[in-house]
Design a protein around this ligand. Structure first.
Ligand code: MLT
Length: 260
């Protein structure tokens, strides 16, 4: 298996409890900028990689699988000298976090699930991913920007933020996007994984998230009834940048409950 060394940010004291932030599709670690600042200020070590094929991480040929993303994350923490860590997964990063939990659940100190879901793709969603793969191969990441921007951010988002996110999407290599789409379509359901995880869990979702809506977040809450639950008013999918204060508050509260 060709496990990669992921480019990443590593902030805060090396001896502090570690929190690893996994970004969504087709984005990179910069979507966590406000949370990196807040968690570091709260005293944690924060590690934020670019996942393979996105940001500055090399793209590899498929078939895409959550297994490879998860093994990349495990290599990252091993190389950082971190044995136990908490994971924060946004959307596709949440799918990767569930895969890490299946492979190395004993190493997790907690799990925060931000605008993500634990149920797998429906057949219709899988067909949609196949169609998107064809379009990305033919026309490049512009099709992703056109389709996703209206769902990532609400109409009230500042134009500069919309342009920042558009630029990130346009910089995605087609091979990296195809790998991610294949991996997302093939991912298993994770409600059982969540049910079995006896660690502090936080669920955060934008009130207007159409990609991973509050109904999907409620399913996760049923699987982890003791989790903290935050609905971010008026925000769409990319809450970390659109409503950073609300997300920071939820994550810092959760991080203070982490088991060591
Ligand atoms: C993401 O935001 O990471 C993806 O859009 C999630 C998905 O397509 O399921």
């Amino acid at each position: 298996m060709d496990v990669l060394d992921l480019p990443h940010l590593d902030r805060g004291p090396r001896s502090a409890p570690a929190i690893v932030l996994l970004h969504g599709f087709p984005l990179d670690h910069a979507m966590w900028a406000p949370q990196i600042r807040a968690l570091e200020a709260a005293g944690f070590r924060v590690i934020a990689p670019d996942l393979r094929g996105m940001g500055k991480a090399p793209a590899t040929k498929g078939p895409g699988s959550m297994a490879l993303y998860a093994e990349d994350v495990l290599r990252l923490v091993d190389r950082a000298g971190v044995r136990r860590f908490a994971l924060v997964g946004f959307s596709m990063g949440g799918y990767v976090a569930f895969e890490v939990a299946r492979r190395a659940g004993d190493r997790l100190t907690g799990l925060a699930l931000v605008d993500t879901r634990a149920d797998p793709d429906t057949e219709e969603a899988r067909r949609g991913r196949s169609a998107t793969i064809e379009k990305v191969r033919a026309e490049g990441p512009r099709v992703l920007a056109d389709a996703m921007l209206p769902k990532l951010l609400s109409p009230a988002a500042p134009p500069a933020l919309v342009e920042q996110v558009r630029a990130t999407i346009l910089a995605t290599r087609p091979e990296g996007a195809v790998f991610a789409l294949e991996a997302m379509a093939a991912r298993p359901g994770s409600l059982e994984t969540l049910q079995k995880l006896a660690r502090p869990v936080a669920v955060v979702v934008g009130e207007r998230d159409e990609i991973t809506p509050p109904t999907a977040a409620r399913l996760m809450m049923q699987a982890a009834p003791s989790a903290s639950f935050t609905i971010v008013p008026n925000a769409a999918h990319l809450t970390t940048l659109e409503a950073p204060d609300a997300v920071n508050d939820a994550l810092v509260k959760w991080a203070r409950m982490l088991t060591s």
